[in-house]
Design a protein around this ligand. Structure first.
Ligand SMILES: [Ca+2]
Ligand SMILES: [Ca+2]
Ligand SMILES: [Ca+2]
Length: 291
């Protein structure tokens, strides 16, 4: 899969319009600037000018090695982009994820030109990313979802990123697909909801041995946390989602889904049930196997 960067300019604008990737924790009236947006006829023409990457220096490909993907088809699920003015010069900058290569931060240096900026030594395999000021110091931090090693957190110290994953409480073996941000406990600091995917698809195993007894397919114990029969179809569970609440000094605690904090639509303590009742939020993608 190749991400065609000739269209990056269009995508760049789409993401600015469609996604609020810049989130500040405090929004009292005296903490932000309100400015009237003037829409002129030329703004509404709907025509975009394609800027060649040789002129913008925005050169990037999210390529996936076919052999790697043949062993793990989740690599085909794509990768994301984050836009935010991390150095506070008034120009939005771009971070592009690569699932099988090097992710890159492009600093916007004006005139639709960009410069590839060095980041802390990031390993390969990034799926999702978002800029947000997590500690309220007015500098956008960078949250990166990996293929199977949880979240990488880069704290922004006066425009320079520092990897604080080890102490953040976000490290773990999970596969962030998308990341949502909100202050869910009303302490003015942003918390993180992670929608996880599986890092491996069961179809990549080549074959799965099942037993049929008295006409019923029995899920072997080995797969009891992974497969389920549903209306005559074998499905693979998604992975459990995570909710992280920020504490102090950019440290997060993972919420326990089973403590009754979250209730379902009728007010019942749905998540207080045992894990395998499957009332825990899970990424909705499921694999269907032939039966
Ligand atoms: Ca900038
Ligand atoms: Ca910050
Ligand atoms: Ca909060």
């Amino acid at each position: 899969m190749v991400f065609d960067m000739r269209n990056i300019y269009i995508l760049f604008l789409i993401f600015i319009i469609s996604y609020n990737t810049i989130i500040y924790p405090k929004c009292e009236n005296n903490n932000f600037i309100k400015k009237k947006l003037t829409i002129t006829k030329s703004n509404l023409s709907g025509r975009f000018k394609l800027i060649d990457p040789t002129k913008s220096d925005l050169n990037f490909k999210n390529s996936v090695d076919e052999w790697s993907a043949s062993l793990n088809r989740t690599l085909y699920n794509g990768a994301g982009v984050a836009v935010g003015d991390y150095n506070k010069d008034g120009l939005p900058d771009i971070f592009l994820c690569s699932v099988d290569g090097k992710s890159k931060l492009f600093k916007n240096i004006g005139g639709f030109t960009f410069r590839d900026e060095a980041l802390p030594n990031l390993k390969h395999g990034h799926r999702s990313a978002v800029f947000a000021d997590l500690d309220g110091n007015d500098w956008l931090d960078l949250i990166i979802g990996t293929i199977e090693n949880g979240i990488i957190l880069l704290a922004n110290v006066n425009g320079k990123f520092k990897d604080i994953t080890e102490t953040s409480g976000l490290k773990g073996i999970y596969s962030p697909m998308t990341i949502a941000l909100a202050d869910i406990n009303n302490d003015s600091y942003i918390d993180i909801y992670v929608s996880n995917n599986r890092s491996r698809d069961i179809r990549d195993e080549g074959s799965v041995k099942l037993v049929r007894r008295k006409g019923q397919i029995i899920i072997p114990p080995k797969y009891k946390d992974r497969l389920i029969m549903s209306n005559g179809v074998i499905k693979e569970y998604g992975a459990e989602d995570h909710l992280f609440i920020i504490q102090i000094n950019m440290r997060f605690d993972k919420v326990n889904w089973t403590d009754g904090t979250f209730l379902d639509s009728i007010g019942a303590g749905h998540y207080a049930r045992p894990l395998f009742n499957k009332k825990i939020p899970r990424h909705t993608c499921q694999t269907h196997l032939p039966t």
